[in-house]
Structures are given as structure tokens and as C-alpha cells.
Write a protein that binds this ligand. Structure first.
Ligand code: XMP
Length: 520
């Protein structure tokens, strides 16, 4: 096994929604890191962890509040580089002898521009080549006096101490978030920090795989795991990874809820049972799901119904597997942050993802979620590392509730059949035109309206459908894909000619936000 102990970055989490992005950037820079909540980071923890560098994340608290979260003071005695981000900067300044004040009109949210100020620093190498740099700010309080030993490297109109540092002790702090896309030179800053800290940058997906396997073995011990296979990339990668860790103590359950795409069930069984020899229970429960969904048109009720039935079905099959104590899921990081507030505070539920949370205690199974900190493209990289076929890895994401959320209004078997055919043609078109890999996700939604058309000499009265195709980096924001008119025309003609039941095709040109990728 790769020795990972030599070169570790510690990220102390103060509850920011984007802490995981720091880890993601570190992985992109081939640096091994671990995120630990501030409550856990004690003097002893720091000593044992022996980080090469530490990053203090942002967070929702105010350092001016009583009981504001802090890292242990011994952090600053370790002799290793520290980078404070946003709340991390404020807590650093407060602990090291600077001053932090409440926002009062100086709160800054969103885009700001940082200009160079006074001293130069290797932390900002590559910055300011073409003037001020765009950064993403999100803070109420601000630093009003920097600690002794610190100097100012960058300033913005509302954050005079946007970038500061103590070169002697290699302590740095920024008021903005370098880890988000909206700070275009943020990755450069983090790369500079890693270099300053002396990271070799030799951490790879291969090493991640070893580490993930180690963690699965540690968590599971000699118990059995059940894995819900959805047919998508995420649960597949999770299954293969867990199989590598614990072998046949993993049993996969693949539930056909009647909401899958054309030929999907057959393909999944062929791949896992026949190719990978992973013990697999393939359960056709379509009658149960479609029966329960009869007459349901409210999106949240659909999602909750499917989620609830999934758990019931799992319980039923899990009961047949003796000694099963764990349930594995291919939950990804975007699922986690969109569904729950990381800080545990109130947050708006946009959609209840059926594969996150809500797993009732009564099920008596603990969760194994080996992909919980990864983003989609990282899961794909891990899948490649595990030898999954490229055609499978490059597949577009498919949501747990399946076609149910692409069928606004009531779901019927007839509509699902029509939808499957249309979807298969759309995807075939995309592949034929060589566009599949340029698109994050593409599918057809069948609309709950019938419209009048004319075919040959006859009148038609059939369903309308919408094509949806988006580009995205992580599924959290998306743009519609700019197909040519020829492509759209050809696809519409094929769908109308080849699918009985559709006589009108539209193209959805909504971005996310304000739209979501799925229709429900
Ligand atoms: P939205 O529609 O929220 O989707 O913009 C973002 C990404 O998440 C997928 N998605 C889901 N995946 N369970 C899943 O496993 C779900 O309940 C779910 N809902 C949406 C969606 O396909 C897109 O890739």
C-alpha cells in the first residue's frame, strides 16, 4: 500500500458549505488531504496527524460570538504553513493578536476584485498579470487590524486585508474563497500554497483507491454489506470498490422500479453478475412502485414515495442476507450539500434526493458511502482506476427516481413506454453525431399535454415531449447544450416518425439556475 502518512494536508472544517471544494482542489493538485470538523481537532489530534500544512475553512459563525469555534492554539506552534480562508482568516487574526469587527454595512457577498497591495508574496505568484483578480467573497465580519508579523498582499474595496501573510512563519489568510470556480485564480493560489508547504504532489487516484479500500475494511470489519445498485456510474463504482475491499461479503441488490431506461435492467445484470461475479439480487418490483405512483402527480410525493418503497424493498431483501449490517450507497458530494445543510442549520430543500438521508433507524443498517466526498468526474476517474469499461464510466448521470421525474404529472405505463423509446432515439442521435461526451446529461421528458398535429392526411392528438441536454462541471450549475438546428430538426423528425404517441418535440433551453436539470 502507498504510504500516505508522509505528506498530509489537514483541512479543519468550520462548517462552510464549500469546505469539500478545498479537498477537491487539493486532490486535483495531487495532495492527500483529510477534512476534520473543528470539534475533533485537539492538541493530541494535531500531534498524531502530523500535517505538512493546515487549511482553516470558512464557516457560518462569527468569531465575535461567545463559544465561537477555534482551532487549538498549539496549531500555531507546529511550525507548519497555515492558510485561513474567510472565517479561517478571522479566527487566525483573533488568535494571533489582530482584530475582527462586525460587518455593519461592509458585508460582502459575491464577486469582488482584489488588487495588489504593498508587499509581494509567492502565494500570489501568477496573480495580477492583467490587473485586479476576480474573487468570490462571502462574509459578514471583517478583519480590521492584522496580527503582528503579518503584511498585506492584496486588497479589495470592502476587504482591505483580502490577502495577508506572515512570510516568516508561513501563515497566510484570505478573506475570499479561493476554492470556488468564481475565483478563477483560486487554484493557482492553492497550488502556490502547496508548493510553499513543500508537498511533493504525488498523490493519485490509485492512492485514493487504496485509502478508500482501507477505510471500507476498517468500517465494515468482518460484517456483510448490501449495496443498492441503480445502474448508474456512482453506485457501480461504489459496488466494485467495496467488492475489492471485502469480496463476496458484498451482495448487490438491483431494484427494477419500472422507471428505468430501455434495456437498462438487462445491461446491469450482465455487467455485475456475469462480468464482475458480484453476488447480485435482481428484483423486479415495477408493479409495486408503479402501483404506488398511480394517480400521483406532485413531484415531492413521487420522490418520497419512491424513496420510501426503496427502503421497504431493501429491508425485504436485506432480511434474506444473513449478517448484513451495512448498506452501501453511491452518494456523491453534490447530493450531500444540496440535500442537507453542512452546518446542521436550517437550509432550503430544493429536492429530496431519494438516496440521501431519511434512512430510518428501524432498517437497522449502517451506511457505507465511499464516494461521499467525491465529485462526478472524480468518481469517473476512480472507476477507470478500477477498470470499469469506458462506455460505462462515461455514461451520463441517471437519477435514483429514474423516469418518474422526467414524466411530469401522472405516471402511466403507456407514457413510460413512449418516453423510453423517445429517450433512446435522442441518445442514439447524440452518439451518432459524436456529441455524447461533450454533454453532461441528456434525456427526454414527456409532457403532460397532448397537442394536435397532422401526419399524412390525418389528424393526430398525441403527447408533446421536451429534449433536455446540458453541460455542467458538477451538476450544481448547468447550461443548455447549443445543438445545431439541423441536429434538432433531424432528431424531432426521427422521434415523431419512430415513436407512436408523440407528435411534437420541443427543446428545453433553461439554465440551472434558475431551472434544475431534471424536470422535477
Ligand atoms: P437537478 O435536477 O437537481 O439535478 O438539477 C442535479 C443532478 O442530480 C441528479 N439527480 C438525482 N440523482 N437521486 C440521484 O441519484 C435523485 O433523487 C436525484 N435528483 C436529481 C440529476 O440527474 C442531475 O444529474
Amino acid at each position: 500500500m502507498t504510504d500516505i502518512a508522509h505528506d498530509r494536508l489537514l483541512i479543519i472544517d468550520f462548517g462552510s458549505q464549500v469546505t469539500q471544494l478545498i479537498a477537491r482542489r487539493a486532490r486535483e493538485l495531487n495532495v492527500y488531504c483529510e477534512i476534520h470538523p473543528f470539534q475533533k481537532v485537539t492538541d493530541a489530534f494535531l500531534r498524531d496527524f502530523a500535517p505538512r500544512a493546515v487549511i482553516l475553512s470558512g464557516g457560518p459563525a462569527s468569531v465575535l460570538d461567545e463559544d465561537a469555534p477555534r482551532p487549538p492554539a498549539s496549531l500555531f506552534e507546529l511550525g507548519v504553513p497555515v492558510l485561513g480562508i474567510c472565517y479561517g482568516q478571522q479566527v487566525m487574526m483573533q488568535m494571533l493578536g489582530g482584530r475582527v469587527e462586525r460587518g455593519h454595512g461592509t458585508a460582502e457577498f459575491g464577486r469582488a476584485f482584489v488588487s495588489p497591495a504593498g508587499a509581494r508574496t509567492p502565494l500570489l505568484e501568477g496573480w495580477f498579470e492583467n490587473g485586479p483578480e476576480q474573487v468570490w467573497m462571502s462574509h459578514g465580519d471583517h478583519v480590521s487590524a492584522i496580527a503582528p508579523g503579518f503584511e498585506v498582499y492584496g486588497t479589495s474595496p470592502n476587504a482591505p486585508f483580502a490577502v495577508i501573510g506572515d512570510p516568516e512563519r508561513r501563515f497566510f489568510a484570505v478573506q475570499f474563497h479561493p476554492e470556488v470556480h468564481h475565483t478563477p485564480k483560486g487554484t493557482q493560489l492553492l497550488r502556490n500554497f502547496m508548493r510553499l508547504a513543500g508537498f511533493a504532489g504525488d498523490w493519485t487516484m490509485g492512492a485514493y483507491r487504496q485509502e478508500a479500500i482501507r477505510r471500507i475494511r476498517e468500517q465494515v470489519g468482518d460484517k456483510r454489506v448490501i449495496c443498492g445498485l441503480s445502474g448508474g456510474v456512482d453506485s457501480s463504482v461504489a459496488a466494485v470498490l467495496i467488492h475489492e475491499a471485502i469480496g463476496d461479503r458484498l451482495t448487490c441488490i438491483f431494484v427494477d422500479h419500472g422507471l428505468l431506461r430501455e434495456n437498462e435492467a438487462e445491461e446491469v445484470v450482465a455487467m455485475f453478475r456475469d462480468h464482475y461475479n458480484i453476488p447480485l439480487i435482481a428484483a423486479d418490483e415495477s408493479d409495486l412502485f408503479l402501483g404506488a405512483l398511480e394517480g400521483v402527480s406532485d413531484p415531492e410525493t413521487k420522490r418520497k414515495t419512491i424513496g420510501r418503497l426503496f427502503i421497504d424493498v431493501f429491508q425485504k431483501y436485506a432480511a434474506e442476507i444473513e449478517g448484513a449490517e451495512f448498506l452501501a450507497q453511491g452518494t456523491l458530494y453534490p447530493d450531500v450539500i444540496e440535500s442537507v445543510s453542512f452546518s446542521g442549520g436550517p437550509s432550503v430543500t430544493i429536492k429530496s434526493h431519494h438516496n440521501v438521508g431519511g434512512l430510518p433507524e428501524k432498517m437497522g443498517l449502517k451506511l457505507v458511502e465511499p464516494l461521499r466526498e467525491l465529485f462526478k468526474d472524480e468518481v469517473r476517474a476512480l472507476g477507470r482506476e478500477l477498470g470499469l469499461p469506458e462506455s460505462f464510466i462515461a455514461r451520463h448521470p441517471f437519477p435514483g427516481p429514474g423516469l418518474a421525474i422526467r414524466c411530469p404529472g401522472e405516471i402511466t405505463r403507456e407514457k413510460l413506454e413512449i418516453l423510453r423509446r423517445a429517450d433512446a432515439i435522442f441518445i442514439d442521435q447524440i452518439r451518432r453525431h459524436g456529441l455524447y461526451d461533450d454533454i453532461w446529461q441528456a434525456f427526454v421528458a414527456i409532457l403532460p399535454v397532448k397537442t394536435v398535429g397532422v401526419m399524412g392526411d390525418g389528424r393526430t392528438y398525441d403527447y408533446a415531449c421536451a429534449l433536455r441536454a446540458v453541460t455542467s462541471v458538477d451538476g450544481m450549475t448547468a447550461d443548455y447544450y447549443p445543438f445545431s438546428h439541423e441536429f434538432l430538426g433531424e432528431t424531432a423528425t426521427r422521434i415523431i416518425n419512430e415513436v407512436k404517441g408523440i407528435n411534437r418535440v420541443t427543446y428545453d433551453i433553461t439554465s440551472k439556475p434558475p431551472g434544475t436539470i431534471e424536470w422535477e
